[in-house]
Design a protein around this ligand. Structure first.
Ligand code: GTP
Ligand code: MG
Length: 319
């Protein structure tokens, strides 16, 4: 490992100096599941844990990318360095999302304090749960103050984002029956901050009312009740309020000790995802000699499958 660390050291130095191509290269390593990732993780571990990770999720077209862009602008005004990971779940729902994001976040394209990257999760065992945390670690270690992770709230993705983020923003908008959808998907349970975007359209106040009702007594146990913020992201309206809500939530996280608990939970999920992926690649291949021998024994009734699995895990043959 040490030799490999030396090989990647110049790249890490450039990335930590804020050179965008070097940072992009590191993220490409994550996407390609490069063998260099191990050495990168070893070298970067001491620099992690400083960034604020903000998750942003919601139904397709609700205004996530527009909101992210507005949020980036507001954070830049505070002179914070910001990284954005837009997760493309490679589902039919996200057609054209990447091109659209490039246009909507284009205003930050020439700002050296902003890193924007779309990541596809197809091909990763465990999707978001395996790859994205590693990308977040890298962006944290190279010095971004805030990392915004945007995911479409389809299927499992929004659950993963709540696990990954310190603060999860859930976006809704009028006209899509969104609040009802949200309740069904359990989105309210993962929201630290609820945002009703497109407040310029009719029906926004009704969504706010619905949310208030559904929110009910949420937070009476934890001490954090998700605030509801109205925005018109397309006009940067309400973005300062969102930023204030994020600040408030961060203070609560630190004061209540929830930050430590959340980050420990995140680390546990990361370790489990990596361990399971390693086990799958080690034991899942049907061409292993040990597995062939054990299968033969089980098929002949010389061994039961539980004992065979134990032997496979311990990598020894004790027939
Ligand atoms: N009227 C109105 N339109 C908005 C507002 N915010 C965003 N939009 C528009 O809504 C459309 C979708 O916005 P996006 O930011 O791409 O939404 P998204 O949630 O990122 O979409 P996907 O990534 O495809 O899931 C765009 O045409 C935006 O211009 C708003 O506050 N008011
Ligand atoms: Mg988008």
């Amino acid at each position: 490992v040490s030799r490999r660390v030396e090989e990647i050291e110049p790249l890490l130095t450039r990335a930590r100096a804020g050179e965008l191509p070097a940072i992009a290269r590191l993220i490409t390593f994550v996407e390609g599941e490069s063998p260099a990732l191990r050495a990168i993780a070893v070298a970067l571990a001491p620099f992690t844990g400083r960034a604020m990770v903000v998750g942003l999720t919601g139904a397709p077209g609700v205004g996530k990318s527009t909101s992210t862009s507005a949020l980036v602008g507001a954070l830049r005004a505070r002179e914070q360095r910001v990284a954005v990971l837009a997760i493309d779940p490679s589902s039919p729902f996200s057609g054209g999302a990447l091109l659209g994001d490039r246009i909507r976040m284009g205003e930050h394209a020439t700002d050296p304090g902003v890193f924007i990257r779309s990541m596809a999760t197809r091909g990763h065992l465990g999707g978001l749960s395996a790859a994205i945390p590693q990308a977040v670690r890298i962006l944290d270690a190279v010095g971004y103050d805030v990392i915004v992770v945007e995911t479409v709230g389809v299927g499992q993705a929004e659950i993963d984002i709540a696990q990954l983020a310190d603060t999860t923003l859930v976006l809704l908008a009028p006209g899509l029956g969104d609040s009802i959808q949200a309740a069904k998907a359990g989105i309210l349970e993962i929201a630290d901050i609820l945002i009703v975007n497109k407040a310029d359209l009719p029906g926004a106040d009704r969504v706010v009312r619905d949310l208030r009702q559904m929110r009910g007594h949420a937070g009476t146990v934890t001490g954090w009740q998700p605030p509801i913020v109205k925005t018109v992201a397309a006009q940067h309206d309400g973005v300062e309020e969102v930023l204030r809500a994020i600040d408030d939530h961060r203070l609560w996280l630190v004061d209540s000790g929830a930050m430590v608990t959340r980050r420990r939970g995140r680390a546990a999920a990361e370790i489990a995802a990596l361990a399971l992926a390693a086990m799958r690649s080690r034991f899942g291949s049907t061409d292993s000699e040990l597995l062939a021998t054990l299968s033969n024994a089980v098929a002949h009734g010389d061994l039961d499958p539980y004992s065979a699995a134990d032997q496979l895990l311990h990598d020894d043959l004790a027939l």
